[in-house]
Write a protein that binds this ligand. Structure first.
Ligand code: ARG
Length: 496
């Protein structure tokens, strides 16, 4: 028989597990992060077992007292190195046994590590989804504040990274607010499916005890219990969905980061990144580098990798639990940490960013960015758009040859290309172009003001959702201290 203390279930074996096998198969360095969740799940399970009369009341009391002690020490235990245990579940059971002895053995009644780990991960995911949503809201607030401060500022909008048509800076920033709003929608959607309580599924087939699964769900703030035990112990869709949502967040942050890298370059000069968010060069004294933005862009690769890695783990698995599933956590936790940090740092960078409106305006007024407006002028005077496009193309070619901008052309010069031009086509500036795009979703100041207001309203609605989730998450300390509830009709002091 094994001599190692973590052999809580070594009866079947003649020899201990090989040291290298233990090292190979342990998940504690990764899943110790689920300690609070494992304790919460264990407390809820024990309360239910006692309430249903499935385990002796005195054993339940001893277990709860022991678990409450672990809860008090949870911060130290979460970082303590203890290689005796294979995973966070055996750690909790083992530490409990060290504290209360034999009664600890009752806790695992009607429970398997398979439904236990699914529960822990779902609890963790619910919290992480709320944290991620909150971090997105902070970034959105930073973008909205920057947009509000610069409501009249115009810059060139780009396609193919070529100056295309002028847009309001606020409109540009609000595009990211929109992306992030969809990200929030995806996180909230993922929450609905993570919010299902799997305990009671046992190893795979359920448990032969009169469990009150709804009571466990209620103690832990879940909205529903799982419908199929085989599915519940082997489903990691909720992690995939969270990772997919985080992947899109990372992609959106990466795009914004890329723009900040471009915009802060001497070539663009549209913004200045605050010194506190920039770094110097070890050799070139003049350098101020946008490393934070570059790292946000670069870290995206790891996040996308975690999504693909988990999908790959899942794709060939027969029902139900397989140990492969243990590989679901490392990339997931890393992706959560990474994206949350990227959100926080990007928000800080945006909060401290200095826009350079004069540089943006100068760029918007050059490179013929009002050419489409000139064509639209002809369309409004009866010329089909395709023909107008051709006429203005010729004007641009002429301007390129003579080194002039469209707004410098006189009426006579314009009329040389088409007699339909009138005085209102002369001296067309970026502001005129922007003001003209007064359709819903367009860049006209009136439209952008409405966008801003809608986005600010959505922010407070989502903050309420985050609050709602936080209130439903189990409070570990309170859960540990609450008096033991007896089964309906049974005196809880019996046997005390
Ligand atoms: N460490 C395991 C995991 O993360 C816990 C479940 C282990 N279950 C088992 N039957 N070996 O998946």
């Amino acid at each position: 028989m094994s001599e190692t203390p973590d052999k809580l279930w070594g009866g079947r074996f003649e020899k201990p597990t090989a040291r290298r096998v233990e090292e190979f198969s342990t998940s504690l360095p990764v899943d110790r992060r689920l300690l609070r969740e494992d304790l919460a799940g264990s407390i809820a399970h024990c309360r239910m077992l006692a309430r249903q009369g499935i385990i002796p009341l005195d054993a339940a009391r001893a277990i709860l007292a022991g678990l409450a002690e672990l809860v008090e020490q949870v911060d130290q235990l979460a970082v303590a190195q203890d290689s005796r245990w294979e995973d966070v579940h055996s750690l909790v059971e083992g530490l409990l046994r060290e504290r209360i002895g034999e009664p600890a053995g009752w806790l695992h009644t009607a429970r398997s590590r398979n439904d236990q780990v699914a529960l822990d991960e779902r609890l963790y995911t619910r919290r992480a989804l709320a944290d991620g949503a909150s971090a997105i809201l902070d970034l959105q607030a930073a973008l909205l504040a920057l947009a509000r401060r610069h409501q009249d500022v115009i810059l060139p909008g780009y396609t193919h990274l070529q100056r295309a048509q002028p847009v309001l800076l606020a409109h540009h920033l609000l595009a990211y607010v929109e992306m992030l709003s969809r990200d929030l929608g995806r996180l909230r959607d993922a929450y609905v499916r993570a919010d299902v309580m799997p305990l009671g599924s046992g190893a795979l087939a359920g448990a032969p005890y009169p469990l009150d699964r709804a009571y466990v769900a209620q103690l832990l703030g879940f909205s529903a219990i799982s419908a199929n035990s085989l599915d519940a112990v082997s489903d990691r869709d909720f992690l995939v969905e969270h990772l997919a949502a985080l992947s899109l967040v990372a992609v959106h942050l990466s795009r914004l980061a890329e723009e900040l890298v471009l915009w802060s370059s001497a070539e663009f000069g549209f913004v200045e990144i605050d010194d506190s968010y920039a770094t110097g060069s070890s050799i070139m004294p003049q350098k101020k580098n946008p490393d934070v933005a570059e790292l946000v862009r670069g870290k995206t690769g790891r996040v996308l990798g975690a999504l693909v890695a988990l999908l790959t783990v899942l794709k060939g698995l027969p029902l139900a639990y397989n140990r492969d599933l243990q590989e679901d956590k490392q990339g997931y936790f890393d992706a959560v940490d990474t994206v949350h940090a990227c959100l926080e740092l990007t928000a800080g960078m945006v909060q401290t960013l200095r826009a350079r409106p004069e540089r943006m305006a100068a760029a918007a007024e050059s490179s013929f960015s009002t050419a489409t407006d000139l064509a639209d002028h002809l369309v409004r005077r009866g010329m089909p758009f395709r023909q107008a496009h051709h006429v203005v193309g010729q004007i641009v070619r002429a301007c390129l040859a003579s080194g002039r901008e469209l707004h410098q052309l006189t009426l006579d010069e314009l009329r040389h290309f088409s007699p339909l031009f009138d005085q209102t086509a002369v001296g067309l500036y970026a502001t005129d172009s922007v003001r003209a795009r007064n359709v819903p979703g367009g860049t006209a100041p009136e439209q952008v003001r409405q966008q801003l207001e809608r986005a600010e309203g959505a922010l407070s609605e989502t903050r309420q959702w985050v609050q709602w989730v936080r209130e439903r998450l189990p409070n570990l300390e309170r859960l540990a201290r609450a008096p033991l509830e007896a089964a309906p009709g049974v005196d809880s002091r019996a046997g005390a």
